[in-house]
Design a protein around this ligand. Structure first.
Ligand SMILES: NC(=O)c1ccc[n+]([C@@H]2O[C@H](COP(=O)([O-])OP(=O)(O)OC[C@H]3O[C@@H](n4cnc5c(N)ncnc54)[C@H](OP(=O)(O)O)[C@@H]3O)[C@@H](O)[C@H]2O)c1
Length: 305
């Protein structure tokens, strides 16, 4: 079995070879955990992205969103990523967390996306109101907008205990060079960047740098906004999927990200309970070693346009 140095996989007697377990038993099997280098805190190696949690309180999607969160939480999921930039996502998930009474169980990351200091503070105060809790677990500068100014404020907020961790995000190669500079200049706890089996540019410099500097990594777009599923179409899973206890393409894609030596934590966006279940299951069972990671890359490359 291959594990990255920041992953822990405790086995329980109930961990079956395959993962077609009934939910109660599945919920008892341990998740891979990632250690945050700046604190030593361990959090599950899988999260949920909330870019598409938008809509009116009475709309038909709301109960489905709530059920998705309930599933994620029930299976041990904790890491939640949102932004004031995602429509009314913060309000929607704030309400869901209050309704389900699970805010204190979750590890909530949001973002700030303003150029000036006062605008940034106002934006974060609003996020605080909407999301609830005593503090943010992670506040990130979204897409490096106003990054120098916002990181000054974020360092103060961290000192005041209003955000336990601070970081920056991007999902574009065009920002990688700037992100690299910021990682060298500021004491970041986290970066968030796009990385997927079919999109590996972040692995050239950013992920190794994060590893060297002891910066934890959240991974956005682990499915390339769904393009990874289009690439594989209705192909059957390759035989090697069984070697990493993967029973779906989503689990293959997530296990690839999770097995990066940086201890990367994918935050797949999902608004469906059965997808949340599929994705949290990916953080259980075996992960690919370096040789299998190379095999996975060779498999996917011809399928990516
Ligand atoms: N610059 C930034 O800071 C930045 C940029 C982009 C994204 N993000 C963050 O990263 C998160 C993830 O990105 P994303 O949501 O845009 O893209 P993604 O995670 O790559 O893909 C999301 C798509 O995959 C589908 N999906 C999820 N689980 C699935 C499963 N098990 N099987 C089949 N399909 C599945 C979702 O559909 P359903 O909804 O139907 O499940 C959705 O269409 C965002 O929600 C956001 O929190 C941050």
């Amino acid at each position: 079995m291959s594990l990255t140095r920041r992953k822990l996989l405790a086995h329980s007697a109930g961990l079956a070879a395959g993962l077609n377990l009934s939910l109660p038993l599945l919920a008892q099997t341990p998740l891979h955990m990632t250690t945050i280098p700046s604190s030593g805190q361990q959090i599950p190696s899988i999260g949920i992205g909330c870019r598409n949690y938008r809509g009116d309180a009475g709309s038909a999607e709301m109960p489905v969103f709530r059920d998705t969160f309930a599933m994620f939480h029930r299976l041990g999921g904790k890491v939640v990523d949102t932004s004031p930039n995602y429509g009314n996502s913060e309000a929607v998930i704030g309400n869901i967390m209050r309704e389900l009474g699970i805010r204190d169980d979750l590890w909530v990351a949001t973002k700030v996306d303003r150029e000036d200091a006062a605008g940034g503070v106002a934006r974060m105060e609003q996020s605080f109101e909407l999301l609830g809790g005593d503090s943010f677990e992670l506040m990130q500068v979204h897409n490096l907008v106003g990054v120098e100014v916002q990181l000054q404020t974020l360092q103060e907020w961290k000192q005041q205990g209003r955000s336990r961790y601070i970081g920056v995000t991007s999902s574009s190669d065009r920002q990688y060079e700037e992100m690299e500079q910021i990682m060298s200049r500021y004491p970041l706890d986290f970066i968030q960047v796009d990385y997927a089996l079919g999109n590996r540019n972040a692995d050239q410099r950013l992920l190794p740098l994060a590893q060297d500097k002891g910066i934890a990594v959240l991974v956005n777009l682990p499915f390339g906004r769904g393009e990874m599923f289009e690439a594989v179409g209705n192909r059957a899973l390759p035989d090697w999927a069984a070697d990493i206890d993967a029973s779906s393409w989503a689990q293959v894609f997530l296990k690839y990200v999770m097995s990066h030596p940086s201890g990367a934590i994918p935050i797949p966006g999902t608004t469906k309970p059965h997808h949340a279940e599929d994705n949290v299951v990916a953080a259980r069972g075996r992960l690919p070693d370096a040789a299998l990671r190379a095999t996975m890359e060779q498999f996917i490359d011809p399928l990516i346009a």
